[in-house]
Ligand binder design. Structure first.
Ligand code: TEU
Ligand code: CA
Length: 554
């Protein structure tokens, strides 16, 4: 087996709850994924990353795990997963599972036992601290899901730490038993045939043991500070590599929220034996006001120059030092045509323009379910949203701290909230888009009658067909894997253009990321180049129409 198979692979993320329901309970399931393997094969993807499917109370859609060795009955059972892995492998599709190693559910027996006493096997599995002498919380740390990051437990008369919901207590990675128990779980699933891991917020596992207060420039009660890159992070990840990834040849991609390209070098430099790739958030922050008290809810129009600068910096910094994971969408992100493109007048064009830019880069592209048909944000009302992150932040920012108006919060939610990506997959124009014959767990985007897989498969020009072609290029053309990257026109506000070169070969990847016509003089240099893919039928050499994109070849 090719050890570095992921270098010319395209990986498809499945959010199982919203993919396909086969038993009419309104919730997607493992059999649903199995049913669609032919579809995924037709798209051309090499591996599936499946968001968490373990036993869970689902307060954060499975990112709160109660039993790491058991499939949640809502998705099926362990046998269904074995079947899915077998069927996928038969089609040469690998399976990447999602490991939440930073925290568990409060319904995990590990946590339940830990709450019981200060001196049992599980007592130090979590991060417990005594109240301060006045009974108050150990420090001012805030949770990503609103309020304090500390919750008091009546039985232990102590606080436990949770970076996310209070139902998601953080594991104590200082405890070697915790680390071993996680590695054991990973080996357990390897024995079932799993090929790799996506490691949830892996850069958060090491905490500063002095637990200092966070800087508090806005004078808030609780502050979400830096939760990443703690003192022993590299040591722990390297240990995981030696215990699991390396001996069992498992692919690894870590979620790394605050990472800059120089941090990435330390995490993915092959000689250091930590991770194969990381997901940075840096390029996803190009539509937020920096330093604003409302964080990611303080939106602004996408800054294309910043997007180019960030992506180019990651390309250049990792060149020769590590491998990039490339993505615009996942279950925490909005739909690109709605967020950065134009989903009203140029849905096809903007979906394919951003896809061209992403899939032309050096690294492994990740496609999130529905992205391959250009699904859009649903423009819900506040009452329609389900996500714990949205609801807790609404309470915090709109109700308690009053730093944002309800109208502005809703505007931001429609642009960037995580629920935008979580509406059920749109398979066809039948009731509930063919996702379920039951009552769907989450509202569908009403546009499914006209925007669905079946329609895309049956038309010559569709976002699906475009993705299919991009993925085929990634498989066939080594220049996409190995070619050197060079950004052109770094200061242009609308045009994203770069070259990839390998030996005597040169490719030019270009897209107009605006809804205005743009003249791109530098293109005249490439007048004798051949177009290998483009999202408009005919071409004018130097003119790019709204969201027009091309790849040219010498
Ligand atoms: O996400 C981590 C994370 O940083 C996001 O929750 C982030 O706070 C949000 O996207 C706003 O930028 C991972 C999972 O992908 C997410 O679904 C989980 O909720 C979270 O960890 C906790 O497990
Ligand atoms: Ca189901």
């Amino acid at each position: 087996m090719n050890e570095e198979w992921w270098k010319n692979a395209v990986i498809y993320q499945v959010y199982p709850k919203s993919f396909l329901d086969t038993n009419n309970d309104g919730i997607g399931d493992l059999k649903g994924i199995d049913t669609k393997l032919n579809y995924l094969k037709e798209l051309g993807v090499d591996a599936l990353w499946i968001s968490p499917i373990y036993l869970s109370p689902q307060i954060d859609n499975g990112y709160d795990i109660a039993d790491y060795r058991k499939i949640d009955p809502m998705f099926g059972n362990n046998k269904d997963l074995e079947q899915l892995i077998k069927d996928a492998h038969r089609k040469n599709i690998r399976i990447i599972m999602d490991m939440v190693a930073n925290h568990t559910s409060d319904k995990s027996v590990w946590f339940e036992e830990s709450c019981k006493s200060k001196n049992n096997y599980f007592s130090d599995f979590y991060i417990w601290k005594d109240p301060k002498s006045d009974g108050s919380k150990p420090n001012n740390w805030g949770s990503n899901f609103g309020g304090s990051a500390w919750t008091y437990d009546d039985n232990r008369k102590q606080y436990y730490l949770h970076y996310y919901g209070k139902q998601q207590p953080d594991l104590n990675w200082e405890n070697p038993k915790v680390r071993q128990v996680i590695y054991d779980v990973m080996r357990y699933w390897k024995a079932h045939g799993v090929d790799g891991w996506r490691m949830d917020v892996i850069t958060s596992i090491s905490k500063n043991q002095e637990f200092p207060n966070n800087p508090n420039p806005h004078q808030l009660k609780y502050v979400v500070g830096n939760q990443n890159n703690g003192p022993r992070m590299h040591e722990f990840i390297h240990e995981m590599n030696q215990e699991v990834f390396k001996p069992f040849s498992m692919m690894s991609v870590g979620e790394a929220p605050d990472s800059k390209s120089k941090d990435a070098r330390l995490l993915v430099e092959p000689d250091r034996e930590e991770l194969n790739m990381i997901f940075t958030f840096e390029h996803m922050h190009v539509d937020r006001k920096p330093g604003d008290v409302n964080g990611r809810w303080a939106i602004q129009p996408v800054d294309v120059v910043q997007l180019k600068r960030t992506l180019a910096n990651w390309q250049n910094t990792l060149d020769g030092h590590g491998w990039n994971a490339l993505y615009f969408e996942n279950h925490d992100r909005a739909r690109t045509p709605s967020r950065w493109g134009n989903d009203k007048n140029y849905r096809y064009e903007s979906a394919t323009a951003f896809a061209t830019i992403l899939h032309g880069l050096k690294g492994t592209p990740f496609v999130y379910q529905g992205e391959e048909i250009g699904m859009t944000n649903p423009e819900f009302e506040l009452k329609d949203y389900e996500d714990i992150e949205l609801r807790t932040n609404y309470d915090k920012l709109v109700r308690k701290e009053k730093t944002i108006s309800e109208a502005d919060f809703l505007k931001a939610a429609r642009k960037i909230s995580r629920d935008n990506a979580r509406t059920p997959m749109q398979w066809d124009s039948s009731e509930n888009a063919g996702f379920t014959k039951g009552d769907p767990w989450f509202k569908l985007n009403p546009n499914y009658k006209n925007l669905n897989v079946s329609r895309d498969l049956n038309s010559d020009k569709s976002v699906f067909k475009y993705y299919q072609k991009l993925i085929e290029l990634r498989h066939k053309e080594n220049i996409l894997k190995d070619g050197k990257f060079k950004l052109l026109l770094p200061d242009d506000k609308s045009i994203f253009i770069y070259t990839r070169t390998l030996g005597a070969d040169e490719w030019v990847v270009v897209a107009n990321l605006s809804d205005k016509l743009q003249q791109v003089d530098v293109l005249s240099k490439y007048s004798d180049y051949k177009t290998i893919i483009s999202n408009y039928e005919s071409e004018k050499l130097k003119i790019l129409r709204p969201y027009e994109a091309r790849i040219l070849k010498k």
